[in-house]
Design a protein around this ligand. Structure first.
Ligand SMILES: NC(=O)c1ccc[n+]([C@@H]2O[C@H](COP(=O)([O-])OP(=O)(O)OC[C@H]3O[C@@H](n4cnc5c(N)ncnc54)[C@H](O)[C@@H]3O)[C@@H](O)[C@H]2O)c1
Ligand SMILES: [Zn+2]
Ligand SMILES: [Zn+2]
Length: 365
């Protein structure tokens, strides 16, 4: 079938809107007409020449849409169902069966190579050449995507589908890191480094968890202003001097929990310094440089925890976030700004420049 997709052709070039062919869904797959897809910082990682996935690629991994056709043997979700698309996993390995699908044995191959596990790609370009199109088992920067059934979460038809798209990765990661992976407790102190889509979801979740002190640290004043509105009790500019000292003061001796969404090693080591004895820092930001910690940095029972996708089970966790949103307790829609898919390069620029927190691309418009 002929569809339109935003193809990243080269590591330093723009996304190019192209007509491409998409194959029929195979066993265990469905075709989804994409109505909205969030732009996550992870979607630009294929620009890094040392990253697993490389151009030409159709990125996009926070899709939302309507089920259009089912592969052989697939009975659910039904044609016409509204679905959110999350990360791919095997649903059969030890960690998947234990309820930790983000730590699936095949997570990296299924989600981050761009080409997935099976030979061949669903998308071919006008010249008949394959384009990497198994990014997070969906490649949803397109009007349509062939998706693994295990990626899908069915949602009620009365919900604004496009708006919910970012729940599939960034929002789930921030909220899950706080509520599931770190298990933030009522009355505790939490520091969130980076107030982008992931960090602000973490701030909102920390409020849901009843944390007494919630500190957001970022380089953009406007993001810190929003962090305050969403639940931060304190905000700090990342460019200020002596951040760990200020954080220890605000939290009365060090934070119980911290979450790094910046990926910057110096922010993370400062985050470790800002923890109290036995405190834990979760790491979700994509790191491109080595993290170096001093010989006694962790001595006082401090913990460093790598986290993927908030350690969430999307079919369990996304409905919970939607319920909190319906109650007005998790207003993630305040992070979203919509763009037609054809404006994807502007969306990337606005996200990188701090102007837009969570772009959502609308392939239909
Ligand atoms: N582990 C996972 O499962 C997972 C899932 C989604 C996203 N991610 C990663 O999480 C990270 C955050 O994603 P996002 O969409 O929120 O990105 P984003 O770019 O919107 O947010 C990052 C924020 O960090 C701030 N920042 C950068 N350097 C800083 C510093 N030195 N001090 C303070 N703040 C600083 C930036 O100003 C920005 O607001 C990305 O690296 C992304 O790839 C990981
Ligand atoms: Zn698995
Ligand atoms: Zn993501």
């Amino acid at each position: 079938m002929r569809i339109e997709a935003a193809v990243l052709r080269t590591s330093d070039g723009p996304f190019v809107i192209e007509p491409v062919e998409i194959a029929e869904p195979g066993a265990g797959q469905i075709r989804v007409r994409i109505t909205g897809v969030g732009f996550c910082h992870t979607d630009v990682l294929p620009r890094d020449k040392s990253f697993l996935a490389q151009p030409p690629i159709v990125a996009g991994h926070e899709g939302a849409g309507v089920v259009e056709s089912l592969g052989p043997g697939v009975t659910e979700p039904e044609v016409g169902a509204h679905v959110l698309l999350s990360f791919a996993h095997c649903a059969a390995c030890e960690n998947c069966l234990d309820g930790h699908p983000a730590y699936c044995r095949t997570f990296f191959q299924r989600n981050l190579t761009g080409t997935g596990l099976a030979a061949g790609q669903p998308v071919t370009d006008a010249g008949g050449e394959p384009v990497a199109s198994r990014w997070f088992g969906q490649s949803s920067f397109a009007t349509h995507a062939v998706v693994d059934v295990t990626n899908t979460v069915v949602v009620d038809q009365d919900l604004p589908l496009e708006l919910l798209a970012p729940l599939g990765c960034g929002i789930q990661t921030g909220a899950g890191s706080i509520l599931l992976a770190l298990g933030v407790r009522a009355g505790s102190s939490v520091v969130v480094f980076g107030a982008g889509g992931v960090g602000l979801a973490a701030v909102m979740a920390a409020r849901v968890a009843g944390a007494a002190t919630i500190v957001a640290v970022d380089l953009h004043e406007n993001r810190l202003g929003l962090a305050r509105e969403l639940g931060a009790t304190h905000v700090l500019l990342g460019s200020d001097d002596h951040i760990p000292r200020q954080l220890r003061k605000i939290t009365g001796g060090g934070a119980h929990y911290a979450l790094d969404t910046t990926g910057a090693p110096e922010v993370i080591s400062g985050g470790v310094e800002s923890l109290r004895t036995t405190g834990t820092i979760g790491l979700v930001g994509a790191q491109t440089r080595d993290l170096v910690l001093g010989p006694t940095a962790l001595a006082a029972g401090k913990n460093v925890m790598g986290i993927l996708e908030g350690d969430a089970v999307p079919r369990r966790f996304l409905p919970q976030l939607i319920q909190l949103w319906r109650q007005g307790r998790f207003p993630f829609d305040r992070l979203v700004r919509t763009y037609p898919l054809s404006e994807i390069n502007a969306a990337e620029r606005d996200a990188a420049g701090g102007v837009t927190i969570k772009p959502v691309l609308l392939p239909g418009s």
